[in-house]
Design a protein around this ligand. Structure first.
Ligand code: NDP
Length: 259
């Protein structure tokens, strides 16, 4: 039995990583999937491989969202997944003492402003039907302080809070539009590459990064997609304003203290 038959789903940052895995799983569950990404080459390639449609979308740009609203005016599910750590162009300081204002703002622009615009688009695309599911990809880093990634942690915490605001607003309007956040930790995707590097130390770095995780391994994007399917489907019609952790048990114990 397919769990998302004919649901029209828009996923941001879906060219690779968690977004791609969510797109693949939604597609397998019978959804009509629209892959979006700032990376048009990889986004189009991913969409072609999965057999779905691609729309270019830089989540920071209001004009891009307006264009999407014109070509995809209705949606049943929107996943605000696109996100950056701030380390994509190299390891610059992101601690609260040395981070530059420009770097701080850029991370918030993608993660927080992108999610704000994505939620706004989603409500517009869902309110006529009065039903839908918005899923915001936050992080374990939105629940604890991260000394070395202050902007990332701040932006992800704000996504968690905005999710609850959107959930309450939709309920107030009398819409059955739900909004929930997923909080992954240590999921093995290209987002980790700047931190893992290559060469002989890579395995040691992977082990070090998961040493505090009770399950002692990275999670896989498909494991996040499994949570997203439940939140997107009609199995979760009483779930709104909630957060789901997927972290190998990290937040369950004292290992929640950031390394
Ligand atoms: P990846 O870096 O593998 O994929 C992110 C995708 O988003 C890339 O295709 C990237 O394109 C795209 N993207 C970046 N900026 C924008 C933008 N402005 N507009 C549209 N698309 C953009 O990341 P993950 O799959 O690992 O992460 C997905 C989400 O999950 C993020 O929000 C991340 O913060 C969150 N998350 C991930 C965790 C993990 O361990 N992997 C843990 C906790 C949360 P390009 O390559 O061109 O930059």
């Amino acid at each position: 039995m397919q769990r998302m038959n004919n649901k029209l789903c828009v996923i941001t940052g879906a060219a690779r990583g968690i977004g791609r895995a969510i797109a693949a799983r939604f597609q397998a569950e019978g959804a009509i999937v629209i892959v979006t990404d700032i990376d048009t080459a990889n986004g189009a390639a991913t969409a072609a491989e999965l057999g779905c449609r691609f729309e270019p979308l830089d989540v920071r740009e209001e004009a891009d969202w307006s264009r999407l609203a014109a070509v995809v005016p209705v949606a049943d599910v929107v996943v605000n997944n696109a996100g950056v750590t701030g380390f994509e162009a190299g390891m610059v300081p992101h601690d609260p003492e040395h981070a530059s204002l420009a770097d701080w703002r850029e991370v918030h622009r993608v993660n927080l402003e992108g999610t704000f615009l994505g939620c706004r688009y989603a409500m517009g695309a869902m309110k006529r039907a009065g039903t839908g599911s918005i899923i915001n990809i936050s992080s374990r880093s939105g629940l604890v302080g991260i000394p070395g990634a202050a902007a990332y942690a701040s932006s992800k915490a704000a996504i968690r809070n905005h999710t609850k605001t959107v959930a309450l607003y939709c309920a107030q309007q009398g819409w059955r539009i739900r909004c929930n956040s997923i909080h992954p930790a240590a999921i093995l995707t290209p987002i980790w590459e700047p931190m893992l590097g290559s060469g002989p130390d890579r395995d040691a770095r992977m082990q070090a990064l998961t040493a505090d995780t009770p399950l002692k391994r990275f999670g896989m994007p498909e494991e996040v997609a499994a949570i997203a399917v439940t939140l997107a489907s009609d199995e979760a019609t009483y779930v709104t304003g909630s957060e789901v952790n997927i972290d190998g048990g990290l937040l369950a114990g004292s290992a929640a203290s950031p390394g």
